[in-house]
Design a protein around this ligand. Structure first.
Ligand code: TMP
Length: 219
């Protein structure tokens, strides 16, 4: 694959969206071609699935329905947007990808990692991010940021409405994943200043860009 696939992960309110956007902006300034996208979401079908998944009226949604909807969104997104972009040499920055499934549906909803491996491989065709940043911080702080930033006309969504114990399991899930894939997953302190985190992310990415795009007119 010619492009670079970068993902951002973490609990609610960890600051990943801010960092993903900052990175996209910075790389565009440096003249790289960037696709900034998110999961669940991206292409229109996946955005429709996102609406279903986050709608807090659907309190009866079973965890199996939930995981298959995340996978449905992911397969459309991967096939329609991510793979074609990577093939063209574009840098894809995705706000969440499959690590969220392991943390939310695996660690928190207790669907086995073996089952997730199986369906995720079908949804992604085996695609893996080149690098993943997990922004880590205590759940109480993340959730209080969510409350503070919530759009009053919408309120918090179905997943944000889960209890603190659920979000604690999600956090532990991300940290466990990071331990098992030290090469790919970088954990950063989500309580650091926005600029400090951005600087650390850039120092990881700069070296990768040099290796991936050296001598190429990709930019
Ligand atoms: P966010 O992108 O605004 O954080 O919202 C997405 C929500 O969906 C968030 O609560 C995490 C959750 N999620 C899962 O539970 N499993 C997944 O596979 C993905 C991508 C997200």
């Amino acid at each position: 694959m010619k492009g670079l696939f970068i993902t951002f992960e973490g609990i609610e309110g960890c600051g990943k969206t801010t960092q993903a956007k900052l990175l996209a902006e910075e790389l565009r300034i440096q003249d790289y071609k960037v696709l900034f996208t998110r999961e669940p979401g991206g292409p229109r079908i996946s955005e429709k699935i996102r609406d279903l998944l986050l709608n807090k009226e659907f309190t009866e949604m079973h965890r199996l329905t939930e995981i298959f909807l995340y996978m449905a969104s992911r397969s459309q997104h991967t096939i329609e947007w991510i793979l074609p972009a990577l093939k063209k040499g574009i840098i894809v920055i995705c706000d969440r990808y499959y690590d969220s499934t392991y943390a939310y549906q695996g660690a928190a909803r207790e669907i086995s990692y073996k089952d997730i491996d199986f369906i995720n491989k079908i949804a992604t065709g085996g695609l893996k991010p080149d690098i993943t940043f997990v922004l880590d911080l205590p759940v109480e702080i993340g959730l209080s940021r969510v409350q503070k930033d919530v759009d009053p006309s919408k309120g918090i969504d179905r997943l944000e409405s889960e209890n603190i114990n659920f979000h604690q399991k999600v956090r532990e899930g991300f940290l466990e994943l990071a331990k098992s894939e030290k090469e790919r997953i970088i954990v950063l302190d989500g309580q650091d200043k926005v600029e400090t985190i951005h600087y650390k992310i850039m120092s990881h990415i700069s070296q990768m860009l040099k290796n991936r795009f050296k001598n190429k007119k990709m930019r």
